[in-house]
Design a protein around this ligand. Sequence first.
Ligand code: GLU
Length: 304
Amino acid sequence: MTEARYRGRFAPTPSGPLHFGSLVAALGSYLDARSQNGTWLLRIEDVDPPRNAPGASDAIQRTLEAYGFEWDEPVLYQSQRGKAYEAALDLLRRQGRVYPCSCTRKQLAEAAHRGIDGPVYPGTCRNRPVPSQPAALRLRVPEARIAFVDRQQGRVACAIASECGDFVLQRADGVYAYHLAVVVDDAEQGINHIVRGADLLTSTPRHIVLQTLLGLPTPDYLHLPVVLDAHGNKLSKQTLAAPLNNSAALPGLVQAAAFLGMHGDPWPQSLSEFWKWAVPAWSQRLIEPLRGRHPRAGSNPCKS
Ligand code: GLU
């Protein structure tokens, strides 16, 4: 049997412009795909309307172009994928895996214990009658230990019920959850390699649970070290990380390549030279171990 051709992606949320942390994820996923003659796709994760900043989706694409990224197929927008998410939700419903939850934030905060990625919902609404008011929909997770081998982090294992709990698939306001959307879309786009920041490592067991229940393949995962600011927080739009400068693509790319452990000797002097050099120079083995570059490094109970 021949191995499926590499298909990777970059999937930014348009909650603001790209910043250096996003550039590292874009570059890592791009180089990993291109160095294996793979396809690289762009998906705009605009599933959650209140989080979408006006103009951000276009701005992200202009920045990626200015930096020399080329995507192979039309951009997929999550805002146009409601039917596919509903179909997946239906499949889970038919398996008896979906139930409405009308717990308030306060009730959630009181009942939950802390898991690998925030509060673990104790299943309060599992056997309650269907509420009359709009409710969130949760997945009744199986009592299973989810294990996978991340190319960078090694073996990761997680007891999904006790460490993550029943998670939300659709909010009470009708917005589909990231976990559902990402799994459905990766399958739709035939993604078989996911390269993204290690801040999403704790989400991956939930994605694998959904893939299994929906009968979808599980891609290969590579979680990159997260870029931290001077206070040890992840660079993010919420912490007002500086937007990438479209007129300073080369220095930005060089800095991102250096963050990923690459060394130019000398560094390329133009954008076209950069890409000519970077694709064959890429090796995942150059990336430094996670420890010390991510706030949860070494203390992540998800890691075994
Ligand atoms: N949309 C997510 C973000 O911008 C990334 C999702 C993913 O790569 O799976 O952080």
